[in-house]
Design a binder for this molecule. Structure first.
Ligand code: NAI
Length: 244
């Protein structure tokens, strides 16, 4: 028996990176896991590779109607979710004076608007059950900013304010809302930075190494567990000391 036996857990962007590690861990611990990616076939293949209790869905989380349809399908197929992990996110970096409208809006829509859509779409089911766990993926960049990432920093900081507000709305119903702020984690997203940039970031990390996706997943699983029932509205940094 795992911590999540008979529990339904949704992980957005579970096809790779941190989201995939979360889906793997939840599945190992007995959950019925729903993951989503923009492409339904990729999501279904990724789900199949993780395990038999994982189901993949196509959903562009920046699209409000698509999110409603996704949550409707998950509820029909599996039932009302116990936990929602808002993990999916993108970067479209650039210095502000050269940043295009599309780069700004794409990041805000995908990283911030999506969290509103997903929390709203799952609210009814969680409120009815009078229980639930929501974990929203911010970033160290949402706390301290980063040149070339004004769009990403705005979205990730927005997630923190959003989560603290929503936590207060649903606390009396035993629904917790918490934020994870990873530092520098080895995934496809950070591999895109190139080896030199990665080495110079690692140099600044007090622990002198990048984090692993599974290290983030373990913290997500804790916040999603029954045991974390009295923790809400917090921001948990997982950054090897980078944010100290
Ligand atoms: P990744 O790029 O490896 O994976 C992102 C996932 O999100 C993929 O599964 C992708 O299909 C999905 N996704 C992107 N846009 C989507 C959309 N519109 N609809 C549905 N799915 C979509 O990223 P990684 O590194 O695993 O990051 C996961 C989360 O952690 C992101 O929110 C990211 O901002 C955050 N984070 C990552 C850090 C890192 O060092 N890797 C550091 C701090 C935060």
């Amino acid at each position: 028996m795992g911590r999540f036996t008979d529990k339904i857990v949704i992980v957005t962007g579970g096809t790779r990176g941190i989201g995939k590690a979360c889906a793997e861990l939840f599945a190992q611990e007995g959950a019925q896991v729903a993951i989503c990616g923009r492409d339904a076939t990729t999501a279904a293949e990724a789900a199949q590779a993780i395990g038999p209790n994982v189901k993949g869905y196509g959903c562009d989380i920046s699209d409000s109607a698509a999110v409603d349809a996704f949550i409707g399908d998950v509820s029909k197929d599996l039932g009302a979710p116990w936990a929602l992990v808002n993990n999916a996110g993108i970067t479209r970096d650039g210095l502000l004076m050269r940043l295009k409208d599309e780069q700004w809006h794409e990041v805000i829509k995908t990283n911030l608007d999506s969290i509103f859509y997903l929390c709203r779409a799952t609210a009814r089911g969680m409120l009815k059950q009078r229980q639930g766990r929501i974990i929203n993926m911010s970033s160290i960049i949402g706390i301290r900013g980063q040149a070339g990432q004004s769009n990403y920093a705005a979205a990730k900081a927005g997630i923190i304010g959003f989560s603290k507000a929503y936590a207060q709305e649903v606390a009396s119903r035993n629904i917790t809302v918490n934020v994870i702020a990873p530092g520098f984690i080895e995934t496809d997203m950070t591999a895109a930075l190139g080896e030199n940039a990665m080495e110079s970031i690692v140099e600044k990390v007090p622990m002198k190494r990048a984090g692993q996706a599974m290290e983030v997943a373990h913290a997500v699983a804790y916040l999603a567990s029954e045991e974390a029932g009295y923790i809400t509205g917090t921001v948990l940094s997982i950054d090897g000391g980078l944010g100290i």
